[in-house]
Design a protein around this ligand. Sequence first.
Ligand code: ACO
Length: 401
Amino acid sequence: AIDINKLRDLSGAITLDRGYKNSGSCLSEITFLDGEEGILRYRGYSIEELAEKAHFLEVSYLLIFGELPTAEQLKQYETDIRKYTLVNEEMKNIIDGFPKTAHPMGVLSALTSALTAFNPKAVNPDNPKELYESVCKIMGKFLVIATWTYRKTMGYPLNYYDNTKGYVENFMNLMFHLPTEPYTANPIIVDALDKLFILHADHEQNCSTSTVRMVGSSHAGLFASISAGASALWGPLHGGANQAVLEMLEEIHANGGDTDKYLAKAKDKEDPFRLMGFGHRVYKNFDPRAKIIKKAADEVLNTLGVDDPILEIAKKLEAAALVDEYFVSRKLYPNVDFYSGIIYRALGIPTDMFTVMFAIGRLPGWIAQWKEMRINKEPIGRPRQIYTGHTLRGFVPVDKR
Ligand code: ACO
């Protein structure tokens, strides 16, 4: 019999770091983040410069392949992604099986996993051609199925990728083009979305990315690992925060806009309420993405002529929290999700699609991290624990309990 006490003795020194607050899990060349200084760089390029000057597909190439593409490489990459935007027709039967009320993130994760059924060959990460093909496949198909999750909830017919349009413009088209009406995406919206996707594209070892790496470390395939990442992103403490922020702002608005009351609730340790969109595991001074996004939110709302009381509540909340001792002493500042929801709302994206938007943006990061993890031949992820349960005890038959 195994003596659990012996096992305890044999387990040696284990570092307990709940939530991995101070544990590095890998070496990585992809994203540099300095939480104290509020610095975020992809492959050495500042997030500010990329958001201003680059396009999302260019950034995805940079993250995944390590360098900015030449004009020729970018053109080829776009063509190759386009080639793979057709999704197997059988996938539509799977979508039909979901109730209309299903949350789009659950459907997205399930459909991404279902892609493995139609692409059963596991990609060999050491074969650049195979890897490139799989990257283009998931970049193409994920965008299409992400929009299908919305079409499903709306009861609209599913759309196909339009080869005459760019990637982000296609997102709008896939979402909103109805067969009965002509549709042209507003270029201001397309630009704003492009920027938002760039800001979300990678964030080193966050919860969903660590999930992708962890699942992939068992040599599960790329699509299965991405599907797991989408599930991790769904939670309100991570990607689901953008939906939670908007729901919170709407609730404050519906209750008369009393931001002080909600600030007090957030500070009350007896109340589980947290100010959604505030605080970050790593950024302890400001989130550089929030700065860019706040400016973009103002620009988008001004250009589209949207006068949104929700934005006013957000600004009031932010201003009050910034001088509140509770938030200042704990270094709780607005994160990227505090403002992204406001932009999505102005763009006509429904609230329960917000986290799907995050997933589309984060996809290149997940791919890049999965690729790096496999190419670096990282060992299987397998943390230890400190056992705190019972010592050995005898089994009691059911009729004696
Ligand atoms: N509102 C009120 N209090 C908060 C908040 C908040 N939003 N965030 C943290 N705190 C408090 C905690 O209660 C804790 O207080 P204590 O020291 O008195 O016990 C202290 O600040 C530290 O908080 P932790 O939970 O230990 O910080 P952690 O790094 O584990 O959590 C997290 C970070 C999950 C982002 C947290 O700040 C939070 O829940 N924020 C709201 C959800 C959110 O916006 N998530 C999006 C994250 S960004 C992203 O995924 C893109």
